[in-house]
Ligand binder design. Structure first.
Ligand SMILES: Cc1cc2nc3c(=O)[nH]c(=O)nc-3n(C[C@H](O)[C@H](O)[C@H](O)COP(=O)(O)OP(=O)(O)OC[C@H]3O[C@@H](n4cnc5c(N)ncnc54)[C@H](O)[C@@H]3O)c2cc1C
Length: 387
């Protein structure tokens, strides 16, 4: 087993790290304070070829493997969590679903939006009464002569309003359960589709999370990405990519906080010596180094095995669970090592801790990830709907 990256991957990682340190890190506090989408960063991501990395060559992309994406995501998130999430959604999730399941016309229309304009698509699953129980979703898609009529309401959608393309999970023909769910691609200016209230969040404030409303919104037949039947399973396979990407943003945030803590521990003096001389601080840094490495290994294993496809569900769930909880612990301890300065807004530690808190919730909670893992390790699957 070879754990080394190739020379090309190392060079790619170094190039992304340079961009993140010189361009994204100095701007990160600005998007957080203004709660504004980082369009300037998006232009730089496009310029550096970091949007649409996985897009096949016949559609103008470089067809890079998932491992290259996670290398880029970690480096970007190390400097700016919000921009790291944009790299995830500009390469995995909906982009992966389009590559695997999209019709040629859909790819020709939407891939240039990502490659040339850096417009990351949004994914719309959650509804007010269907969060963890995603298969309870109620947004309806009815077949009409010119396509599908959508009616329903989505919430917590990342990129609501800033994204031009939305992959909407909807229930077709009133069929219950997962088998009734398919996915349609909806463009932002489609009549009957409106962006609702924005929810202001604890962290990752540069990306809007908001509601989507569909009122007799007719999507042309050409917008159908996956049919009901096995559509939900297909969409969730693609979503494993997004999940692994989320784990990697958590890793990047933690790595960034850890590097700040290392520097501070060696420069800050108390009791006449650097605080890094105290065993209590040394052990914190050692634990951070161990858990960062463990998360990175889980992520790289899942990414390497995914190749150019989707990560395995179990491997992505293990990586996300561990990385999300590791990132909460590491960002919190890194803040602690900075004392009062860590709690202040002049340094990025408090932002990193707020940003890291999200990954135990969004994209499937750590409890739901554990349910998925338990279903694999135990002989029986749990049925939460059973009375
Ligand atoms: C920042 C952010 C961005 C998001 N972006 C998107 C997006 O782009 N698109 C999208 O569709 N959704 C998005 N979401 C929604 C996210 O996917 C949901 O928040 C998540 O699936 C949990 O649903 P819920 O919030 O309704 O919590 P609930 O499902 O109500 O869960 C509440 C609590 O109960 C626990 N719980 C529920 N069921 C079980 C069970 N069977 N066993 C054990 N514990 C259980 C949960 O783990 C949680 O702790 C986002 C959320 C956040 C916070």
């Amino acid at each position: 087993m070879d754990f080394a990256l190739t020379a090309e991957q190392e060079a790619f990682r170094t190039r992304v790290r340079g961009l993140a340190d010189s361009v994204f890190a100095p701007r990160a506090a600005k998007w957080d304070a203004a709660e504004e989408y980082p369009w300037d960063n998006v232009k730089d991501l496009v310029g550096a070829g970091l949007m649409g990395l996985t897009i096949p060559r016949e559609y103008g992309g470089p067809a890079r493997p998932v491992l290259d994406v996670v290398l880029a995501v970690e480096e970007v998130a190390r400097a700016c969590g919000v921009t790291g999430r944009i790299v995830v959604e500009g390469n995995l999730g909906v982009v992966g679903a389009l590559s695997a399941y999209g019709a040629d016309a859909q790819k020709r229309r939407y891939f240039p939006w990502v490659l040339e304009h850096g417009e990351k698509p949004a994914i719309a699953i959650s509804e007010p009464a269907a969060g963890s129980a995603a298969t309870d979703l109620e947004t309806r898609a009815e077949e009409v002569p010119d396509g599908f009529r959508l009616n329903g309401h989505k919430c917590w959608i990342t990129g609501a309003g800033t994204s031009r393309l939305y992959l909407v999970f909807a229930r077709f023909g009133g069929r219950p359960g997962a088998e009734g769910i398919g996915g349609v691609l909806v463009e932002r200016d489609t009549p009957g589709f409106t962006i609702g209230r924005r929810e202001f969040m604890m962290g990752l404030r540069g990306i809007p999370e908001g509601e989507l409303h569909f009122r007799d919104c007719v999507v042309p037949r050409a917008g159908l990405l996956v049919e009901p039947g096995d559509g939900f399973k297909k969409l969730m396979r693609a979503y494993n990519g997004q999940r692994l990407g989320a784990a990697t943003v958590a890793l990047g945030l933690a790595q960034g906080a850890y590097e700040h803590a290392l520097r501070h521990a060696t420069s800050r003096r108390q009791f006449g010596r650097p605080i890094a001389d105290f065993q209590g601080i040394r052990w914190k840094l050692a634990d951070m180094a161990v858990t960062l490495d463990a998360a990175r290994l889980l992520i790289h294993r899942a990414a390497a095995r995914a190749g150019h496809g989707f990560p395995d569900a179990l491997e992505a769930a293990k990586a996300k669970t561990f990385a999300a909880e590791m990132a909460q612990a590491v960002t919190s301890q890194a803040l602690q090592i900075h004392g009062a300065a860590g709690y202040g807004r002049s340094l990025p530690l408090e932002r990193m801790a707020r940003d890291a808190r999200m990954f135990a919730i969004g994209g499937g909670t750590v409890e739901m990830m554990r349910n998925l893992i338990a279903d694999h390790v135990l002989p029986t699957r749990a049925d939460w709907r059973r009375g």
